[in-house]
Design a protein around this ligand. Sequence first.
Ligand SMILES: [Zn+2]
Length: 255
Amino acid sequence: MKHKLLMILLACSLAGCGFTGTEDTADKTDDDRTADVAGEGSLAKDAESGEKTADQNREKAQKNKDEKQIPAAAGEVVISGDGSPATIAGVPIVNKKYGVSPDYAPGEDPTAAAAAMELIAAMQSQGLDVSDSWSGFRSYEYQSELYNGYVASSGQEAADTFSARPGFSEHQTGLAFDLKHASGALLENPAEAQWLLDHAHEYGFIVRYQEGWESITGYMAEPWHIRYVGDIAEDIHARNIPLETYLGAEGGDYR
Ligand SMILES: [Zn+2]
């Protein structure tokens, strides 16, 4: 036990403990905007109503409290050693930096699949164009076939922007789903894509690869690719940040 504690303390001092880093990042985005707005009008607002300022402070206190619940508080990437995904605060992470072994084949995660079915049913009930069938779990072998096909047709450099090398696909975790239109084409029409951005978190999913995040996630935007993360989806959605940023995980290109 003592050893473990020492290791954690050491990891914290080396890595600046991740938590502070993540909090800083959050401060630079949402909080700065809040602070700026409050700063600009603070005199007028004080005169108008002290109550309003008190409310804002309460909101800010609540926000700070929420920030302390970021999983990256653990600040540690746990490498399983058995070929399963690395985790941060219990959340599996697979990207170009963190792979899984060829024989890791958990199949489709049943909780995630049930949530995906609910999400699809909700979309269909609103008349949105989404198919019941998806592309979910992929074995290492299947991902090899896909990736090699893309390399053959588009070249490796291009293929790497939209297809994972075998052993680095989030689909191998059984937690990722590519949704499709009824035609079988990957879901990318604006109405459906926007619905996912607005509502996927209500079902425990995040839209994993978004525009502007390419250098962090390692992939071009994919409106159809959703990743099950469970309860933290809501917080990630509210912050509007990539999973890597949320967890304090390394992202970007292959090592
Ligand atoms: Zn996908």
